[in-house]
Design a protein around this ligand. Structure first.
Ligand SMILES: *Cc1c(COP(=O)(O)O)cnc(C)c1O
Length: 433
């Protein structure tokens, strides 16, 4: 039996032309793309760990040199003085998430910030004890909310409300979330949802959810781990009470990078809010008088605990500068084009192999597509391993989902084509066997 081998030459020419015509494609040069043989990987795991910006090494060496040469005086005389270091990322961080500068701060890690925010914004009462999250939330978020509920003496079996998927692909329709908020509203103390769901890649309507929750008298927070640096966000206008995110995924700030936190301006001077305090959250005007009595700094800064880890902030500083230069609106436009191309290629050339779980409406997703591998139970794992061997880096979620995220800063249309060609080769080989 002879098999048709799909001719990809027209698609290859088109991908090359799209990449050549896009001014943002040059940002790829700012990143270190891991090698695969004599070439480069096609890297689709920016949703898990973003690639290293070339500028990171120099930024780290600069801090090491300042430490060596200036020691304690680097707090004031360093090239980027350590004392106000977190100020160097403030404007860029605010721009990435659509916030006012004093609404954001870079500190801690995501789950720590989530807990700190819940200390202030999850204030359950016997009448209103509940937290609403999505079913199959990221495990860290599940652990965080369940432990907070228990800390207040309530039982997660009663006080944790999970919104289930109501669409065939496992996604949640926007209406189902609003319905759940309306139905349980009086019992809900806090609505906590993702900006983009990590498993399905579904993006949620932050402003709509916030409005519905506030109508019911609930507080609202968002986990933006998969949304920051991916979607064009407008947190201030959305009006949520708080948001948290990590910086090692789309923000490319390196493993375990310093995370982000947003507290809406309406709480900037809310000094009566219960909170866990530390000296770095104290009003900087009197912080170093070292007197007893905590006076919180205005805005998100008032939730800081410790003096910031400079070696972990340096990569974030240079990484955010790339976002400033490219602009989130332009990045989102390129992202829509890339993921649209990716989707089209999958449908056309691999529709028999892969089912797209992520919503098809561009407004309901970021750059990631979650793909279910059709066929026998072990097919997905086999495909994943084939891709890996071909230098195509995606990730694998049991039992049958591949997540692939073309990111607008360093992925190319040509990478999307390379993925689809590799899937085709694998499927044709399997069919022949
Ligand atoms: C990546 C991710 C985390 C990781 O939490 P860390 O505190 O950074 O380890 C938590 N929640 C969600 C939704 C994530 O996607």
């Amino acid at each position: 039996m002879t098999m048709d081998v799909t001719d990809f030459s027209a698609a290859a020419a088109q991908a090359e032309a799209l990449d050549a015509a896009d001014p943002l494609a040059r940002f790829r040069e700012r990143f270190l793309v891991p090698r695969h043989g004599t070439g480069e990987q096609a890297y689709f795991c920016g949703n898990s760990l973003g690639l290293q910006p070339r500028a990171v090494r120099e930024a780290l060496l600069e801090e090491l040199d300042d430490w060596r040469e200036l020691a304690v005086e680097a707090h004031f005389r360093g090239r980027h003085p350590w004392m106000p270091y977190h100020e160097f990322v403030r404007e860029d961080l605010a721009a990435v998430v659509g916030a006012l500068p004093h609404e954001v701060v870079a500190m801690n890690s995501l789950t720590v910030n989530l807990h700190l925010m819940m200390v202030s914004f999850y204030r359950p009462t016997p009448e209103r004890p509940a937290i609403l999250i999505e079913k199959s939330a990221f495990p860290s978020d599940q652990h965080a909310v369940a432990s907070q509920i228990r800390c207040h003496g309530f039982d997660p079996a009663e006080a944790l409300i999970e919104v289930a998927a109501d669409e065939p692909a496992g996604t949640i329709s926007p209406g189902a979330i609003i319905d759940a908020i309306d139905r349980h509203g009086e019992r809900i103390a806090l609505v906590l949802l993702p900006g983009v769901q990590y498993l399905t890649g579904e993006a949620f309507d932050l402003a709509g959810i916030t409005a519905a929750a506030h109508r019911q008298g609930c507080r609202v927070g968002f986990d933006l781990a998969h949304a920051a640096g991916n979607l064009e966000l407008a947190l201030h206008d959305a009006g949520c009470d708080f948001a948290v995110w990590c910086s090692y995924k789309y923000l490319n700030a390196g493993p375990g990078a310093v995370a982000g936190c947003f507290v809406h301006e309406r709480h900037a001077g809310a000094h009566d809010l219960p909170r866990f305090a530390g000296w770095w959250g104290h009003d900087p005007a009197t912080r170093f008088q070292m007197k007893p009595g905590f006076v919180p700094a205005r805005g998100a800064d008032g939730w800081q605990l410790s003096n910031p880890p400079i070696l972990a902030l340096a990569p974030l500083r240079v990484s955010l500068a790339i976002f400033r230069e490219a602009g989130m609106a332009a990045l989102r436009a390129r992202s829509l084009a890339l993921t649209g191309t990716f989707e089209g290629l999958i449908q056309r050339h691999a529709g028999d192999v892969l089912e797209i779980l992520t919503p098809r409406e561009p407004a309901r997703r970021g750059c990631q597509l979650s793909l279910r591998v059709k066929g026998p139970r072990d097919a997905g794992r086999a495909l994943f391993e084939h891709l890996h061997a071909a230098g195509i880096v995606v990730d694998w979620r049991e039992p049958d989902v591949i997540r692939a995220a073309p990111t607008p800063l360093y992925s190319r249309h040509a990478d999307c084509l390379r993925f689809v060609q590799a899937v085709r080769t694998w499927a044709d080989g399997r069919d022949r066997a």
